[in-house]
Structures are given as C-alpha cells and as structure tokens.
Design a protein around this ligand. Structure first.
Ligand SMILES: [Ca+2]
Length: 216
C-alpha cells in the first residue's frame, strides 16, 4: 500500500468513526417503553396516577399509538399535586447523557403560570445516582427539559436535557413529571423519549468491526 493510499484509508476510517459517533450505533435508546406503547410498563409511578392517552382530546401521539398524560384533575381523585414517572438505567461516570422528549399541553386543559413562579410545569429530565442510590449532581446541565404556561398549546415541543455523569455515577434516572404550585387543574402530555449515551459508540464491537474492516 502506498503512503498516500494508507493516508486515504486512515482518513476514511476516521470519517466512519466520526459518522458512527454522530448518530450510527450511538442512536441506541437506553429506555424501555420510551413512547408508552406498552402503557406504563418499565416506569415506576409516584404521586398521582398518570393516564395513558389522557382525556383531553386535543392530540395525536407524537409517535406510535399512545402517549402519557400527567396532570392534576380533581375528578380523578388526584391529591398529591404532582405526578411522576421514573425509570433508571445503568450509566457510566464521565459519559454524557442526553435525553430528548416531546411534550405538549392542550388549550382545553392548559398549564398556566411559569416554571419560575406560581404555576404548573411538565418536566422531562434525569438525575444521576451512585451505587448507594443517592443523587449525585452534575457540574452543569444544558437544554430545556420542561414546558409551562408560556409554551404554545396543541403543538408537540422538542425538549433536550444533557449533562456529563459526575464521579460515582452508576445509574441515570429519567423523570417525567407534572407538578403544580397553585392546585389549578391542568396537565401535559409526553411521548417519544430517548436517552443516549454519547460515548457508547466508539467502544461497541459493531462500530470497531466496521472500522477494522477497512484495513483487511
Ligand atoms: Ca408513543
């Protein structure tokens, strides 16, 4: 192999690795039942009961046939002023976790107020946990993992929440949460969650196999 061909081949390998890192095998979703197609399977519920497919009538699912509705509605006997779904998966310290989700609120049953003030909010975010199950806080978070009363109604909003797992992390725990401060009836819909490990790609056998194949 000539020097120039070696250089070219190496360049292709790097390009492939970058492509894989950008979205190839790295697009694996770590969450189980991320779009609520199997009801609440895989999710742990706290507070008031989330409702699959809700009762607001304003929406079609973002993906698949189902979504989840998290709300405070007195007629449903809700009494905790919050509704929370959680799902924890193993995660590696130093890796970047990125959660994407779609959330919406309906004009027939809207959120009011702001996340920073008196109002209601629907949150899609995550926490890092250590081996003892204790929360360990990241240095910083990027993205915007919530909707509130200032968010346009009847349109799926794309949410992104991303952070580097701090030292000691063994799990990431994703949260879908509705909470209210003023106890006004309101709610929000969530669908199409995806949790990515941004560093998972380069070390997968499939990714390395494709790169090594260039040198055979
Ligand atoms: Ca769905």
């Amino acid at each position: 192999m000539t020097h120039s061909l070696k250089t070219l081949t190496a360049g292709i390998g790097c390009a492939l690795l970058l492509a894989l890192a950008a979205g190839g095998a790295g697009a694996q979703n770590l969450l189980s039942n991320p779009g609520f197609e199997n009801g609440l399977t895989g999710w742990t519920q706290l507070g008031d009961m989330p409702v699959i497919d809700g009762g607001t009538g304003c929406v079609t699912p973002y993906e698949g046939s189902h979504y989840v509705w998290v709300a405070y509605k007195s007629s449903l006997g809700m009494s905790n002023a919050y509704s929370l779904l959680r799902q924890a998966v193993p995660f590696t310290a130093g890796h970047t976790a990125t959660l994407t989700a779609r959330a919406m609120h309906c004009s027939t049953f809207p959120l009011t107020g702001t996340a920073q003030g008196i109002g209601q909010i629907v949150t899609c975010d995550f926490q890092f946990l250590n081996a003892a199950g204790t929360q360990v806080n990241p240095i910083s978070v990027t993205g915007n993992g919530y909707i509130d009363g200032t968010t346009p109604t009847n349109v799926w909003q794309a949410l992104t929440y991303s952070a580097v797992a701090p030292t000691g992390t063994t799990q990431v725990r994703v949260r879908v949460m509705y909470s209210t401060i003023n106890w006004a009836q309101s709610g929000g819909l969530v669908d199409g969650l995806s949790l990515q490990d941004e560093q998972a790609v380069g070390t997968t056998p499939a990714a390395w196999g494709q790169v090594k194949a260039l040198y055979r």
